[in-house]
Design a protein around this ligand. Structure first.
Ligand code: HEM
Length: 324
């Protein structure tokens, strides 16, 4: 959300939800409008874009190792939109990602319920976090999906979606062999994901006419010979457009009483002035998803959002990532 967004929760008890789902309420964020100035993107779409990136591109070489010839920069991520960032190398080669219990059969993903979370959630539903090791490092297919709380919760939702589809494949399609169930569930999850990309993400990001043109007439510029690849220009420049969409602050969840503004989780995405402790009061990743919000007065946080520019995305960030 943006600093100047409507905060009159008394007038609309569902405001926190509506700010996420209704682009018209993001009118104060000019980066999220179409060419006619009409807001089309909700705050969450940014993180779907980040999630897609982590499925498509990965250049782990440091600037010291990097060759000057861009043709030699290798993309370490399979460029297909098939969720290798989530499935890793599959249940056999990446067993640490999968739930080995009797229910999980090694084909559902590991997720962790946050203890006691149902007592502080709307509707009394338990909240979940990514599985983590003893040092809070997320056990997921791509570590970048724990870069901030929102992308990590999106990753977690996708893990839960796969798990629900596994149940569906067993109960509705009648498959029982774990290998077959996994293959069918993975196919259904990928198809739903790709449908969202074509029919929602691309439409909102590049516009329906361009999407229709490519679907009807095919690609004009992206060509490959032996194997599909992600051009360095796309990963290093074009697709980083999403960095400009990142907003200073977000409502990350709802407390137990939606109408009570003090129970809302409203935080800066990154607050450099806070130490990197166990539970910093911002949305940085690599931490356990919190049980309850520890926000101070909303007005003081709003003050920070308005007047303090956020000058970096992470400590390792290069100048091209700066957001203001
Ligand atoms: C809060 C949100 C985000 C944060 C904190 C973030 C942070 C970063 C960081 C630290 C890097 C690596 C540093 C570097 O190489 O410069 C990076 C790379 C990149 N980001 Fe983001 N990012 C965010 C959202 C997005 C979004 C929304 C998109 C696109 C829609 C995006 C696209 C990219 C791309 C294409 C790369 C290069 C990846 C590679 O090939 O290795 N990012 N981001």
């Amino acid at each position: 959300m943006d600093a100047k967004d409507d905060m009159d929760i008394a007038a609309n008890p569902n405001l926190a939800r509506d700010l996420i789902t209704n682009p018209a309420l993001s009118i104060n964020n000019p980066d999220n409008a179409d060419s006619a100035g009409k807001p089309v993107l909700t705050a969450g779409m940014t993180f779907l874009g980040q999630f897609l990136d982590h499925d498509m591109t990965f250049d782990p070489t440091s600037s010291l190792e990097r060759q000057s010839d861009p043709e030699s920069i290798q993309n370490f991520r399979n460029p297909l939109l098939e969720l290798d960032s989530m499935y890793g190398s599959g249940p056999n080669a990446s067993p640490h990602l999968y739930d080995q219990s009797a229910d999980g059969q090694g084909i559902k993903f590991l997720v962790e319920a946050i203890p006691d979370s149902s007592a502080v959630s709307v509707g009394g539903f338990a909240r979940f976090d990514l599985p983590r090791n003893g040092q809070n490092t997320a056990l997921i297919g791509d570590p970048r999906n724990d870069e901030n709380l929102i992308v990590s919760q999106l990753h977690m939702s996708m893990l839960k979606f796969h798990n629900a589809v596994v149940d569906y494949v067993k109960s509705e399609l009648g498959l029982m062999n774990p290998g077959e169930v996994f293959t069918e569930a993975q196919r259904l999850v990928r198809w739903h994901y790709q449908w969202i990309i074509v029919h929602e993400f691309l439409e909102k990001t590049v516009g329906q006419p361009l999407v229709d043109d490519i679907l009807t007439n095919g690609r004009k510029f992206y060509k490959w010979r032996n194997q599909p690849f992600i051009p360095a220009e796309f990963a290093g420049a074009v697709y980083r457009f999403g960095h400009s969409q990142v907003r200073p602050s977000y409502r990350s969840n709802f407390g137990p009483v939606p109408a009570d503004i003090n129970s809302q989780v409203f935080k800066l995405i990154f607050n450099d002035s806070l130490p990197d402790g166990l539970d910093p009061n911002d949305l940085r990743g690599g931490k356990r998803a919190q049980l309850v919000s520890s926000i101070g007065k909303l007005s003081s946080i709003l003050g920070m959002v308005r007047y303090e520019p956020i000058r970096r995305l992470t400590q390792s960030c290069q100048p091209c990532c700066l957001i203001w």
